[in-house]
Design a protein around this ligand. Structure first.
Ligand code: HPA
Length: 285
């Protein structure tokens, strides 16, 4: 049985240690999805997750498992380079440890990128989707277990709170400025690691999904519990459940991240610049 009181102690200890090493004061945390490059940072200092007690080793392809602090377009940010997934065998409560550590460091905004399959037949590999809502079909809720109110409410209200409208507006404006087409859609989270059958893809479409992936929803839920604002940007790697003949799913996702990920990262950097400008105008943290 997961005890979130022990999870809190672990995350708080990691956050205290990171704060003492200068990882505090970030205006946003950015978590990178499969194969998607991290934003350019100046003055960065970094630690592998394995150097921090309680942060498990990331084993999924394209997920390094490191935390960085630095300036992105002049704005202090944290970057979680990589992500943990339940399909790797991690407990849901462990998957959310990195984002919880960021939250306990006082970061108020999370920008989460992810690779997905396109459920909407009009989506093509390389398209970027701003996630406006999600379906949790993973078969669990990452907050299951003995509750610790220091993380926030037990019954976290996601409707109208996760997928922050202000960050969404910033993302739309940033995409317009950069001339990047930004689709808007619903992310269905499944457990994985198997890709979906065609019948499941039909089911997901009927259920209202536009993209499908095996991650991100645990982090959205944990961030929402901590009162963080979230923005999810998904890169479509393939039509859901399908990869080109002769390709493995892994190589297709990583290749799309390699060829189209830099555009998504450019978008993230412009969003961060605008977060910095807004914070300066409004005096926010
Ligand atoms: N299905 C689930 N997850 C994914 C996919 C997919 O087709 N592509 C990238 N992540």
């Amino acid at each position: 049985m997961i005890d979130h009181r022990a999870e809190y102690d672990l995350a708080a200890a990691a956050a205290a240690r990171l704060a003492s090493e200068g990882f505090d004061g970030a205006l946003a945390v950015i978590q990178t999805g499969s194969g998607i490059p991290m934003p350019h940072l100046t003055g960065a200092h970094s630690l592998p997750w394995t150097a921090i007690e309680g942060l498990p080793r990331a084993t999924a392809p394209g997920h390094r498992g490191a935390i960085h602090h630095g300036l992105c377009r002049g704005v202090p940010v944290l970057v979680l380079e990589g992500r943990l997934h339940c399909y790797e065998g991690h407990e849901p409560a462990h998957v959310i440890r990195p984002i919880r550590v960021a939250g306990l460091l006082g970061v108020k905004r999370a920008i989460l990128t992810s690779a997905t399959g396109g459920v909407d037949p009009l989506l093509r590999a390389g398209d970027i989707v701003r996630v406006r809502d999600h379906l949790n079909l993973m078969g669990f809720d990452a907050l299951t277990g003995i509750h610790d109110p220091r993380f926030g409410d037990r019954f976290v209200v996601l409707a109208g709170r996760a997928h922050d409208p202000d960050l969404a507006d910033l993302a739309d404006a940033a995409a317009r400025k950069l001339g990047i087409a930004l689709a808007v859609g619903v992310y269905a989270a499944v457990h994985g690691p198997s890709f979906e059958t065609q019948a499941q893809v039909c089911f997901l479409r009927t259920a209202g999904a536009d993209v499908v992936g095996m991650s991100t929803v645990p982090e959205i839920t944990a961030a929402a519990q901590l009162g963080m604002k979230t923005l999810v940007l998904s890169l479509v790697a393939n039509p859901a459940g399908v990869v080109q003949a002769g390709q493995s799913a892994e190589s297709e996702v990583l290749e799309t991240g390699h060829s189209h990920g830099p555009r998504l990262t450019q978008l993230v950097e412009e969003i961060v610049r605008r977060i910095g400008a807004d914070a300066r105008d409004g005096g926010g943290s």
